[in-house]
Ligand binder design. Structure first.
Ligand SMILES: C=CC1=C(C)c2cc3[nH]c(cc4nc(cc5[nH]c(cc1n2)c(C)c5CCC(=O)O)C(CCC(=O)O)=C4C)c(C)c3C=C
Ligand SMILES: [Fe+2]
Length: 399
């Protein structure tokens, strides 16, 4: 017989460690946050079509987007509204929005300029629609867009909350085309105080040879767009290339370790280049000492991506990828991959040139780009009176 008495209360799951969500990345500055600022654990790129048929509409949209991005990244209490109305906030983060290292980075696609005569002549010089590379199998539903927003934060609930806020508050202007969310595993400083690079879904450290984003002079050269060949409004912005790259992880996990390592040109566990496997991941490979490609094959990913010759400095980029995992494909394979994001001062000298060199690399047997797009990240918002894209709007009013 069943025991009588009160139904036992279902207890809450054991509480995790309290999270540190108070950290804030400054919103105002000469450049947008989320490019050279440290990459937190969660990242999401959403691409939108813009419904703005006049310059006044575009200005209203950019001002509203700036206000929301400023509030969400700085944090604060959610206003109480009349309960007869929809609430001011989704409530995902509770009554007070915590900044949680959130950054919101807004970038424009070529189609925004091409379909609007009142923006003619103002498109950044290298901005173009992403073309198909030989190994691509692009899904049109995962490509292009008038405007991209990259959300990064310590936790996925913060990036999702910010996306939901923008989708709701800008519904008059923005129609969502696609979005991909990803993570990078947390990394702990080693005994020498160095922080190793996080691993991608192929199990390799990713980011070892990235240029140092704390070096402002280097970032001025590699990342920030400057110079007379670009419209004046675009100075201080950056070209953003986004690629959704599926990883065939089942096939990869059945590939011998030596082959995996020769495909990248690095050892899997430490990340050291194969010309000095006992070094750290930050060891600089010496290709001149390996002209026949015995240690690091000529078609290894890192050797093709950066041959470190006289020309290479022109083709550098800042990579900021996240790993995505989104269930199972209809064929029963895991749908995992890399949300590849990179920033550069010149899209053609950066991403496009490097991708053209990578065409045909052995890694292609294990990866399949399925989407993405090219965008131009707007210059930063200087202060409370400024807004995203103000210089563009001012320039359009003058022409
Ligand atoms: C066109 C640019 C690049 C694409 C697309 C790309 C895809 C891609 N990369 C990895 C994994 C690794 N990439 C690594 C290095 C590396 N990759 C690129 C560019 C692209 N990668 C560059 C410029 C570099 C640096 C080369 C150098 O300067 O030596 C590495 C090694 C570690 C590191 O430096 O980050 C890994 C691992 C995957 C899995 C992938 C597509 C799915
Ligand atoms: Fe790479």
């Amino acid at each position: 017989a069943r025991a009588q008495g009160p139904v036992p209360q279902v207890s809450d799951a054991p509480a995790a460690e309290p999270r540190d969500t108070a950290r804030r990345v400054p919103f105002h500055g000469p450049h947008q946050a989320g490019i050279t600022t440290p990459r937190p654990e969660n990242g999401l790129v959403a691409s939108f079509d813009v419904v703005a048929t006049s310059l006044d509409d575009l200005e209203r949209m950019l001002r509203l987007l700036t206000d929301r991005a400023r509030f969400l990244t700085e944090g604060g209490p959610v206003p109480d509204l009349d309960p007869a109305l929809p609430p001011a906030d989704s409530g995902l983060l509770g009554p007070v929005i915590q900044p949680d290292n959130l950054t919101i980075t807004v970038a424009l696609g070529a189609s925004l300029f091409e379909n609007r005569p009142w923006l003619a002549g103002l498109k950044p010089a290298r901005l173009q629609r992403m073309a198909q590379f030989p190994n691509d199998a692009l899904d049109p539903d995962l490509c292009h867009g008038d405007l991209s927003i990259q959300f990064c934060a310590n936790h996925p609930d913060s990036t999702i909350h910010a996306l939901r806020d923008i989708v709701k508050t800008l519904s008059e202007f923005l129609v969502l085309r696609w979005m991909v969310e990803g993570d990078v595993p947390p990394v702990l400083a080693d005994a020498r105080g160095a922080t190793p690079s996080a691993r991608n879904f192929l199990g390799f450290r990713d980011g070892s040879a990235n240029p140092d984003s704390n070096d402002a002079a280097l970032m001025d050269r590699i990342v920030w767009t400057t110079g007379p060949h670009e419209p004046g409004w675009a100075q201080g912005g950056s070209y953003q290339a986004v690629r959704i790259i599926r990883n065939m992880v089942e096939r990869w996990d059945r590939t011998p370790l030596v082959e995996q390592e020769r495909i990248f040109g690095r050892t899997k566990m430490s990340g050291a280049p194969l010309d000095n496997p006992d070094a750290t991941e930050h060891h600089v490979p010496d290709y001149a000492a390996d002209p026949e490609g015995r240690a690091i094959p000529h078609d290894a990913h890192i050797r093709l991506a950066n041959p470190r010759d006289a020309e290479s400095q022109r083709h550098l980029m800042l990579r900021r990828p996240f790993n995505y995992s989104r269930g199972v494909l209809p064929n029963g394979q895991l749908d995992q991959g890399l949300l590849f994001i990179c920033y550069q001062a010149d899209l053609e000298a950066g991403f496009i040139a490097v991708q053209n060199r990578l065409n045909g690399e052995p890694l292609e047997e294990y990866v399949k780009p399925v989407g993405g797009g090219y965008f131009f990240a707007l210059p930063g918002v200087r202060d409370k009176a400024d807004y995203l894209g103000r210089a563009l709007v001012d320039a359009a009013r003058r022409t």
